[in-house]
Design a protein around this ligand. Structure first.
Ligand code: MG
Length: 229
């Protein structure tokens, strides 16, 4: 049996790990943003996840996965500014409702959360897939997890699918023109540069996956996956 799911304690650890990874990626994310924006994306993401880390460390010990992501998202929004601060904050917050009454985060809960993220982003910015935003990576992840669920429910494999799809989608944004937000004024100058938000989302999905691979025994046996995206 291979039905690994993420419990509340693991989710806290994973969010702490995401905060470490994005801090290491800060300058790369700033550089990506500098090519098509004002160069502060890495700072925003690092500050936001620092706040997430503090929130998960201080939330009540009996907090469930739904409460944890809600607290994390509110902390992210309080600590950051700009459109991406609101978007990433609300992508976490929307998980509170999507995961309500679910004790663990399995493949189906991941799909629910990605679904909520996609609607939330669309609602905030009106972006569509192909507009060169974070939505491109979220949409690709959601589609790949929805397809994955037809054949399995292991959250590690679902996250591998999500991570690979988000990574591909983030790379593909380099060939797109910015259609929404300030960067839409850049026109063809945006070509060749991936969207920093989409790259950040692929880093987050990859961090979830990597943490699980690196902590195989905390939630039962797991040994079928050896490759990383
Ligand atoms: Mg910026």
């Amino acid at each position: 049996m291979n039905e690994r799911k993420i419990g509340a304690t693991e989710l806290r650890e994973i969010l702490r790990f995401v905060s470490e990874v994005v801090a290491r990626e800060e300058s790369r994310l700033n550089a990506l943003d500098a090519a098509i924006g004002d160069g502060d994306h890495g700072i925003t993401v690092r500050l936001g996840f620092q706040a997430v880390r503090k929130a998960v460390e201080s939330s009540p010990s009996n907090a469930d996965i739904s409460a944890i992501v809600g607290d994390a998202g509110r902390a992210f929004m309080e600590a950051t500014g700009g459109a991406i601060g609101i978007i990433l904050g609300r992508m976490l917050i929307c998980g509170q409702k999507a995961l309500q009454d679910h004790e663990t985060l399995g493949a189906d809960e991941l799909r629910r959360w990605l679904d909520a993220m996609e609607s939330t982003i669309t609602e905030i910015g009106g972006a569509k897939p192909g507009d060169k935003t974070i939505l491109d990576a979220v949409h690709a992840a959601r589609v790949s997890v929805s397809a994955f669920i037809l054949q399995g429910d292991n959250v590690v494999e679902a996250l591998l699918a999500a991570s690979q799809a988000a990574d591909r989608a983030a790379r593909d944004t380099a060939d797109m023109l910015c259609k929404v937000g300030r960067a839409s004024r850049l026109g063809e100058r945006a070509l060749g540069h991936p969207d920093p938000g989409a790259v950040t989302f692929s880093i987050i999905m990859n961090s979830f996956y990597r943490w699980l691979i690196e902590h195989p025994r905390e939630c039962g046996a797991f040994n079928t996956l050896t490759s990383q995206p």
